[in-house]
Design a protein around this ligand. Structure first.
Ligand SMILES: NC(=O)C1=CN([C@@H]2O[C@H](COP(=O)(O)OP(=O)(O)OC[C@H]3O[C@@H](n4cnc5c(N)ncnc54)[C@H](OP(=O)(O)O)[C@@H]3O)[C@@H](O)[C@H]2O)C=CC1
Ligand SMILES: O=C1O[C@H](COP(=O)(O)O)[C@@H](O)[C@H](O)[C@H]1O
Length: 490
């Protein structure tokens, strides 16, 4: 859907307003939308959290966040001040019915019309049900209210179902926006265009032509200040259950019958439901879990996970590699290698589509099979490896080269943060890039046996040095199939 240039005024209420996500991502994203004139003057951004702050205190935090997380060239202080005047704060325990709800009621109930109202839940997910009950009891859920739920939706199938049930008690599914910021990335959305607007790819997009697929989300950062949350979650819950599986859906789904939200989500759901369930034996042989150890970068020591956490022991994985299979006619026999980790060698999220070799060759040597490399971030772009005649040699000599499109210089655009588009989609009520309740539950159905298998000790924790591509076991996972991870490919 086209992004309209103007929006009607709306109220955007954030529970969890003093937290990392709000200050680092949500407020800067709204500011960028303000710069693009999508936040009308009558729009209010209302922060809510338990901390006893007033409007000015919160504005001070928001201002500091903008001056830290907005690109320097976009930090126009006059505009920041004008935007900040639209920011408000209420001190409120969203999970407690006896808390100070009257301040929020007074702010919101002044509006008699049908102003769009977004409640953004940026707290721990276990609070979502209580916050929704309270919003309902206090009469704050109107016809034009939508709620945005941050990931993770639960920590297991049961807790996800409970959140879906409790939030769904008060709002219809099309007013519930489960956010996954990977779907907000231009390059993830571009998978749809790449596949379905280029028949040259879609006709080959199956097990006849594709050998295997890799999806990687590697980070160089450690757990930082989020150790408390992360140690209870781990990489499988934090990154695979949501982001990596959503990217896998975009890569593996059949063409939706339209770009209507439910048509797209039906196709993604089919992929999630077709993931081959992991048996104990699969978990043993097809999953690798690892934890970062002390490392070194440019002579500087990088602390281990336990040092970051300030704990003596932890059984939480900060790295995972999985060989997944999809039981459909299109993907039978094609491994999908998923990998994510913290404190890895590079910050990169990417998809590698490795095509099969030709069974016959006209040339004395077998040509290298083609490979499509989709760079989700950074250096957003796409490259396709090709074989050409080596111009410096005889007519039978081949040389590998590639066609590369670097999106940012090609399209002369700033790559917006993924939250910018998604927040405005929620304001507009467009659920295309949000996760439906059945998708979340299907993802947990596949993930949960892996978590259970690990807690039975099926997969020992491997160690990897910070600043590397993960444990050797991850290299071995692919080596068993005769493959290499992208960074090791010739
Ligand atoms: N940070 C990130 O990069 C990302 C975070 N997320 C998810 O977003 C959510 C928030 O994360 P993050 O900001 O890092 O977490 P933080 O721990 O930094 O912040 C949590 C926020 O919730 C508030 N809070 C806690 N209890 C209540 C309550 N009862 N009523 C109202 N507010 C409450 C806290 O403020 P106070 O103590 O004042 O009440 C604080 O503002 C989590 O679900 C996380 O998994 C998802 C993707 C990325
Ligand atoms: O949701 C999360 O994502 C970030 C990584 O996001 P990216 O856009 O930088 O790839 C991750 O650091 C965090 O642990 C996780 O909760």
């Amino acid at each position: 859907m086209e992004q309209p240039q103007t929006y009607p005024p709306f109220d955007f209420i954030i529970f969890g307003a003093t937290g990392d996500l709000t200050i680092r991502k949500l407020i800067p994203a709204l500011f960028y939308r303000y710069l693009d004139k999508q936040i009308p003057a009558e729009t209010r951004i209302i922060g809510a959290a338990r901390s006893a702050l007033n409007d000015n205190d919160f504005r001070e935090r928001a201002r500091a966040g903008l001056n830290q997380f907005v690109q320097e060239s976009d930090r126009d202080q006059e505009k920041i001040e004008a935007f900040i005047q639209q920011v408000h704060y209420v001190s409120l325990d969203g999970a407690n019915a006896n808390s100070n709800w009257s301040d929020l009621q007074n702010l919101l109930n002044g509006d008699k019309g049908n102003k769009i109202r977004i409640f953004y839940f940026a707290t721990a997910p276990r609070l979502y049900g209580d916050i929704c009950d309270n919003l309902s009891d206090k009469g704050l859920l109107t016809e034009t209210t939508r709620v945005v739920l941050e990931k993770p939706i639960g920590t297991s199938l049961e807790t996800a179902q409970e959140i879906n049930r409790r939030v769904g008690k008060h709002l219809p599914e099309n007013h519930i926006f489960r956010i996954d910021h990977y779907l907000g990335k231009e390059t993830v959305q571009n998978i749809i265009a790449l596949r379905f607007a280029n028949p040259v790819f879609e006709r080959l997009w199956n097990s006849d032509s594709i050998d295997y697929i890799q999806i990687t989300a590697a980070e160089t950062v450690g757990v930082g200040s989020r150790g408390g949350y992360y140690d209870g979650a781990g990489a499988l819950r934090d990154m695979v259950q949501n982001h990596l599986l959503q990217v896998l859906c975009m890569v593996a789904m059949d063409p939706p019958i339209s770009l209507n939200a439910d048509d797209l989500r039906n196709e993604k759901l089919k992929v999630l439901r077709s993931l081959k369930p992991m048996t104990d034996e699969d978990i043993r042989t097809n999953t690798v879990r690892g934890q970062y150890q002390e490392g070194n970068k440019n002579g500087e020591k990088i602390p281990s996970y336990l040092e970051d956490l300030k704990k003596d022991s932890s059984d939480t994985e900060t790295f995972i590699a999985i060989k997944a299979q999809i039981n459909t006619a299109r993907w039978s026999g094609v491994p999908f290698y998923l990998r994510t980790g913290k404190r890895m060698a590079e910050k990169t999220s990417e998809i590698v589509i490795q095509f099969k070799s030709s069974t016959w060759s006209l040339f004395p040597t077998s040509p290298e099979p083609n490979r499509l490399h989709i760079r989700i971030q950074p250096d957003e772009g796409v490259s396709l490896s090709l074989q050409v005649k080596d111009p410096s040699k005889s007519h039978t000599s081949l040389r590998s080269t590639f066609i590369d499109i670097d999106f940012s210089p090609t399209f002369h655009i700033r790559y917006p943060d993924s939250y910018e588009g998604l927040l405005m989609d929620a304001v507009r009520g467009d659920p295309l890039l949000f996760i439906r309740c059945d998708e979340v539950e299907a993802a947990w159905r596949w993930i949960e046996p892996i978590l259970n298998g690990w807690s039975k000790g099926l997969t020992p924790m491997a160690k990897y040095k910070s600043g590397t591509w993960g444990p050797n076991e991850a290299t071995e996972l692919l080596a068993k199939d005769g493959h290499l991870w992208h960074e090791d490919m010739p």
